[in-house]
Design a protein around this ligand. Structure first.
Ligand code: CMC
Length: 432
């Protein structure tokens, strides 16, 4: 525990308070500010929580300046290179990499839990045929709360474990079912002879009259995409899951709240925007005029999939996914989609050489490549965010578990600066 303090002084009253400085293993220290309210009678103001740490966490760590992302201490590039999404799930949930026996046991339990209750499958029939798949994910995940009453005591470690395993096991089945529902294709049950990602791909693409067309490179690209999105500190959806969980709501409802937050274009929708932009450009010959538009200060157009709020030098996830993306595109035959990929590769080349992008450190980010990969896999754009949700579900539930396991769980309750009317008297309707 650090003994450093920071003195905060109210220059009007002359009162001061000593605030302890708290330090984690890595990253900036934080000032504990509860004393400010107690001693100075003031709250702190930090819209969008940009400089506020809301919790301690040992799950993931980002160093934006140096392009570092750690999951339980392991660099994301080492995990993407050597691990699988399911092993990363184990790591995030349990804090350590599994032994062979632990991994085999985990995988077998996940496989057993991957089936959906047939009544839960019926939920899908209530959705309009053209419903956005994220609405199905929110609804069906929330609906899971009504299926497992006997294992919903959040203070029972075994129940928490089961909830976490169910979320990881069933999210691909729910996402694949929503995809099939959209296309009017028959539901494909999970298979025990396939690994987690192969099974997910099979549930999405298998047809009664032909087998899944995804080859090993494509499955690996999907696996890498899932690994890269598994967790990312206290982002908006993760913070939502924690805030919902702080009220002791059940974990399926909390994860549904996370899915709802991810749905917003400012969070999970950027890869979809990349594909829309590539279609809008339409042809390699239109790139120069598009780039001019992007550079024009009078024009709000931005190059989607470039730049990052936190990673200012490079996004470590983008370096990894770029290779998977290039490998996958090399394997593609010159089909209808090829012009779109040519545009993408040309944009990437320009952005890595053009002064405007180089000076501002605007590199292609993870969404640029994940959009292209998912599109190359034949996944429609409205399924991009659901795939992100599948990947992030382990992060949400691991963070939920970590929070519940803290000895002093407190309901989250931010303050406000009230700017409305001061108290005034009610006027009867006839006198208004
Ligand atoms: N295209 C063109 N110019 C850009 C872009 C872009 N994508 N991004 C930033 N700039 C320019 C911006 O105009 C500004 O120029 P100047 O200094 O001349 O005024 C400079 O770069 C700095 O921009 P900023 O807005 O201060 O940067 P920011 O950190 O606030 O924005 C961002 C980060 C991700 C919102 C932004 O780069 C952007 O809008 N990118 C496109 C959308 C996108 O790809 N979003 C996904 C991000 S990854 C999400 C994840 O982690 O999953």
């Amino acid at each position: 525990m650090s003994t450093e303090t920071v003195t905060i002084t109210d220059n009007t009253s002359g009162k001061s308070v000593e605030c302890p400085v708290r330090k984690g293993t890595l990253g900036q220290p934080v000032i504990e500010c509860q004393g400010i309210a107690k001693e100075l009678g003031m709250f702190t103001y930090d819209p969008a929580f940009v400089t506020t740490a809301s919790t301690e966490s040992a799950i993931s760590y980002i160093d934006g300046e140096n392009g570092i992302l750690l999951h339980r201490g392991y660099p994301i590039d080492q995990l993407a290179e050597n691990s699988t999404y399911l092993e990363v799930c184990y790591l995030l949930l349990n804090g350590e990499l599994p032994t062979q026996t632990e991994m085999a046991d985990f995988e077998s339990k996940i496989k057993r839990l991957s089936l959906l209750h047939e009544s839960l499958i019926n939920f899908f029939n209530g959705f309009k045929r053209d419903a956005h798949p994220m609405s199905m994910l929110v609804g069906v995940m929330g609906g899971m709360s009504s299926f497992y009453h006997e294992e919903l005591d959040i203070y029972n470690p075994e129940h928490r474990e089961m909830c976490a395993m169910r979320v990881v096991a069933k999210m691909p089945t729910i996402a694949a079912k929503s995809f099939r529902y959209l296309l009017g294709r028959p539901y494909v049950y999970p298979r025990h002879d396939l690994n987690y990602v192969e099974n997910f791909a099979n549930m999405m693409f298998d047809l009664p009259n032909r087998e899944s067309t995804l080859n090993a490179t494509a499955v690996r690209a999907l696996d890498i995409m899932l690994i890269l999105h598994a967790d990312h500190e206290q982002n908006a959806s993760t913070s939502t899951v924690r805030l919902a969980g702080s009220s002791q709501a059940n974990p399926y409802a909390c994860v549904a709240a996370g899915i709802a937050t991810l749905w917003g274009p400012a969070h999970g929708g950027a890869n979809e925007a990349v594909i829309k932009m590539l279609h809008e450009i339409g042809d390699v010959k239109n790139i120069p005029s598009y780039i001019e538009k992007v550079k024009d200060k009078e024009n709000p157009t931005r190059l989607m999939g470039f730049g990052h709020r936190v990673y200012k030098n490079f996004d470590p996830r983008a370096t990894i996914i770029r290779k998977a993306c290039h490998d996958l595109l090399e394997q593609l035959d010159a089909g209808d989609q090829q012009p779109m990929f040519q545009i993408a590769m040309e944009l990437e080349r320009i952005a890595l050489e053009d002064e405007y992008f180089v000076d501002r450190k605007l590199y292609p980010n993870v969404d640029f490549y994940s959009g292209i990969i998912l599109s190359a896999l034949g996944i429609p754009t409205n399924m991009f965010t659901p795939l992100f949700a599948v990947a992030r579900s382990v992060g949400w539930i691991a963070q939920w578990k970590e929070m519940i396991e803290e000895p002093s769980l407190k309901i989250g309750r931010p303050r406000q600066v009230y700017t409305g009317y001061a108290a005034r008297d009610y006027t009867p309707i006839a006198q208004r």
